[in-house]
Design a binder for this molecule. Structure first.
Ligand code: AVI
Length: 322
């Protein structure tokens, strides 16, 4: 059964966030969630096929290989909520393993309507599944799922693809603690985290030869032009990936190639960029496998299982709420 997604209230204001991020003194910033309009989501899907970017394939390999083992550790029937379902492709392995044992409800939570549609199309052929999409921000959506859930079943929350890495470390723990507050003791969280790897490998993963990641990053300026009527000249900005060793992250920036002014009518501002000045658009934090134990505890969980990919260091971590 597929139920149409429950639709949102207005949840954010792009124009205000753009004005605030670009008017900052010091480092200009744009929230990375705005990378994912329809064009950005399609470009991210292409990134996941690039030879340099092994993250998504590692995540999917682990889920394919260990789905039955993960389901065994849950110890009984669950309902599944996924934060940021994306295309739903890698989730198929887990849902199939669950649905082979009993009818399972799946609640994808996504701010992108098109991603929810794609995920419903991808997964609706699984036997014994019912899908109810929530077009919401993660925590609001999860709170609604928790209110809507069948009280006889544990909830399994999926937060895959190392999306947690796009929060800074303290904010990541705070976010997981908020997830925990919405859950009941005994509920589960399956968290995908990209692990530390050599700098050269990270730099090519976030600045690929074909320029797809550059297009993904520059699309944010194209989106501001499309949605807010701005006049960014895309040729005058360059995609840059940098390692931040202290934060243990890779950062994406857009660097101004010259002194220039850009008008953003819907945000009611004109922004000046110096030559070489950057807009920081995303951080991807990388973790150690051991660190995940402390993160689990700090957020109110215990580690129940961990699986690490042999080809591309990436961990699937199963936490249980205590
Ligand atoms: C979605 N997120 C985990 C990706 C990452 O690796 O941080 C987004 C991405 N940015 C550049 N390439 C992929």
């Amino acid at each position: 059964m597929i139920v149409p997604a429950i639709t949102p209230n207005a949840t954010y204001d792009f124009a205000d966030d753009v004005r605030a991020g670009l008017s900052r003194r010091g480092q200009k910033e744009l929230p990375s969630k705005y990378l994912y309009d329809d064009v950005g989501s399609a470009l991210f899907e292409v990134i996941s096929y690039l030879p340099e970017y092994g993250l998504t394939r590692a995540d999917e390999r682990l889920l394919r290989k260990h789905a039955d083992e993960i389901v065994d550790l849950l110890g009984g029937p669950v309902a599944v909520a996924e934060l940021g379902s994306g295309s739903g492709k890698k989730t198929r392995w887990l849902l199939e393993a669950l649905c082979r044992r009993q009818r399972t409800s799946y609640y994808p939570v996504e701010i992108s309507r098109s991603a929810l549609d794609m995920c419903e199309r991808e997964l609706r052929d699984i036997d014994a599944i019912s899908i109810v999409g929530f077009e919401r921000e993660y925590l609001d959506g999860l709170a609604e799922v928790a209110a809507y859930r069948d009280k006889d079943r544990r909830l399994l929350v999926l937060f895959l693809g190392s999306t947690i890495g796009n929060f800074d470390r303290p904010a990541g723990v705070k976010f997981l603690a908020e997830v925990r507050r919405i859950l009941e003791p005994g509920d589960f969280l399956l968290l995908g985290t990209d692990l530390e790897k050599p700098e050269s490998q990270l730099l090519s993963a976030y600045d690929d030869e074909l320029g797809v990641t550059a297009a993904f990053n520059l699309n944010l300026l194209a989106r501001i032009n499309r949605d807010l009527g701005a006049n960014f000249d895309l040729g005058q900005f360059a995609h840059v990936a940098k390692i931040n060793s202290k934060a243990r992250s890779v950062e994406m920036h857009l660097e101004s190639r010259r002194l220039q002014r850009v008008k953003i009518p819907a945000s009611r501002v004109t922004i000046e960029f110096l030559e070489s000045e950057t807009i920081w658009t995303e951080s991807s934090h990388k973790y150690s496998a051991m660190e995940m134990l402390q993160i689990a505890r700090k957020a109110g969980f215990e580690m129940k299982g961990q699986w690490i990919d042999a080809e591309w260091p990436f961990a699937e971590n199963l936490f249980v709420a205590v």
